[in-house]
Design a protein around this ligand. Structure first.
Ligand code: GDP
Length: 459
């Protein structure tokens, strides 16, 4: 899997900006850039420059000067990729950046594939696959919490926990195998009891990691929030209020929101992915009908339903139909239009719906704070602080953790059923491998390629 050719790509965004960076990595990187770079001081070359030092000068194509640039040298193994790396920092106009990249390629480098720099960092042993994945998560993080969770993973916090558990499992496998081979020197007397305690403890640790997966998903993607309510209850107005801008069309004609709208919002530290749905009611209009079906579907996989009731109207058959969708779901019932005379039977709502009820006005913003407090209590146990905690934010990790736990539970069953020791080692080995799979140790090439291909260019 090792490749030693030299790769190059634009590492900054594909848009005009003040500065743009072209990153070159590989054995020939310093030589290649020297071919197209004249340092201001003609006596200096990148070849003679120490690691982490930079030269100022001009990028040239033959006699033609293309741009001024600063070239930063980072020598193996102390670079992002663990190879020799040169970063050419020039002006960030896309036309010139592309021209310079072409020049670097003509001078001996190859255009990097998406994620190839990070793949080299992984192949060079500087980071494991969970850290590589966290780089991608960090780049695409939609909110600060997601970014912090990625940084924690990038710093190796998840890897460390997994390595500890694996070391423990391996130790026990090795001991059992030794005892089976050499019973005179290694005794298995009473060993099963000690192992049982250890396995129970480890399963608990895996459970704790798995328990973070729901919050992890929410941190990464936002709380999938669906706003339900009959036409004209004020769903679009609430969405606009939440987003703080006029995004959905608010009208007085019932049934204007015909499709579903999705918006990411960060509200007082709470990441929401809000799905605005068409108003639910019995309808014969086919276009509107599709919207209503979609609303029902998105309600099904929502983390949270905001059920908007029109405070200025009495409940009717449409409301009852919506209430059927709320059973066993996380719901906040919102009695909207608190700024006008209230007609709705609040008593009935609070005693018949199990969800918390918030009264507010999407029009004036009154009562919105109560909604936010309610959200904070429902999710994240009311606290939204994140330290170095490990959150499982990746489905691949979650599945492998669950598999590892299953194997350890089987090993535990074998102990309780007083099965012979070699039975245990099979399951323990399976758990060891599953955890290794998260770290990339038992990853096949296809999966590694798939993981890296999701990266953006230049990373
Ligand atoms: P939707 O069909 O549920 O999306 O409802 P809209 O957001 O389009 O609102 C329907 C009508 O109710 C519009 O005329 C809004 O201006 C009005 N409306 C929405 N929220 C409030 C509110 O809090 N107070 C008052 N007085 N009117 C509101």
């Amino acid at each position: 899997m090792f490749q030693t050719d030299t790769i190059a790509a634009i590492a900054t965004g594909m848009t005009n900006a003040g500065i743009g960076i072209i990153r070159v990595s590989g054995e020939e990187s310093i030589k290649i850039v020297d071919r197209i770079f004249w340092a201001k001081n003609p006596k200096k070359t990148l070849e003679k420059t120490k690691s982490y030092q930079a030269l100022f000068g001009n990028i040239h194509d033959g006699d033609v000067i293309m741009d001024e640039a600063i070239c930063l040298v980072m020598r193996a193994p102390n670079s992002y990729t663990t190879e020799d790396v040169v970063e050419i920092q020039c002006h960030g106009g896309m036309i010139m950046l592309r021209k310079i990249l072409e020049l670097v390629i003509r001078s001996g480098a190859r255009a990097a594939e998406a994620g190839e720099f990070t793949k080299r960092a992984y192949l060079g042993g500087r980071i494991d696959i969970t850290q590589a994945e966290s780089v991608m998560d960090l780049i695409y993080a939609k909110n600060e919490m997601a970014a912090r969770a990625s940084v924690s993973q990038l710093r190796g916090n998840l890897s460390e926990k997994l390595k500890e558990i694996r070391a423990m499992i391996l130790h026990h496998i090795a001991y059992i195998e030794s005892a089976l081979d050499d019973p005179e020197n290694y005794s298995l007397e009473g060993y099963a009891d000690a192992l049982q305690l250890q396995l129970e403890d480890t399963i608990e640790r895996l459970d704790m990691l798995l328990a973070t997966a729901d919050e992890g998903k929410i941190i990464k993607e936002g709380i999938r929030t669906v706003i339900l309510g009959k036409p004209n209850a004020g769903k679009s107005s609430l969405l606009n209020r939440l987003l703080g801008e006029e995004r959905a069309i608010v009208t007085e004609v019932a049934g204007t929101t015909r499709d579903t709208l999705e918006e990411d919002a960060m509200i007082q530290g709470i990441p929401l992915k809000i799905i605005d749905t068409a108003g639910i009611r019995e309808t014969t209009d086919t276009v509107e009908k599709i919207g209503v079906d979609k609303a029902k579907n998105s309600a099904e996989d929502a983390d949270l339903i905001l059920y908007v009731v029109d405070g200025a109207k009495t409940l009717d058959a449409d409301d009852r139909q919506i209430m059927e969708l709320l059973t066993d779901r996380k719901v906040i019932t919102i009695i909207n239009k608190s700024d006008v005379d209230q007609v709705v039977d609040k008593q009935w709502i609070t005693s018949n719906l199990s969800s918390p009820v918030v009264e507010l006005s999407a029009k004036t913003g009154e009562g919105m704070q109560d909604l936010y407090e309610c959200l904070k209590t429902m999710f994240f146990h009311g606290k939204l602080t994140m330290n170095d905690e490990v959150y499982i934010t990746n489905v691949r990790h979650k599945q492998a953790l669950a598999e590892a736990k299953r194997s350890l539970c089987q090993a535990l069953d074998s102990i309780r059923g007083q099965m012979p020791e070699d039975f245990l080692t099979i399951d323990m080995m399976a758990a060891y491998e599953q955890l290794g799979y998260i770290l990339g140790e038992t990853l096949d090439d296809d999966l590694a390629n798939e993981i890296f291909s999701k990266f953006c260019m230049g990373k």
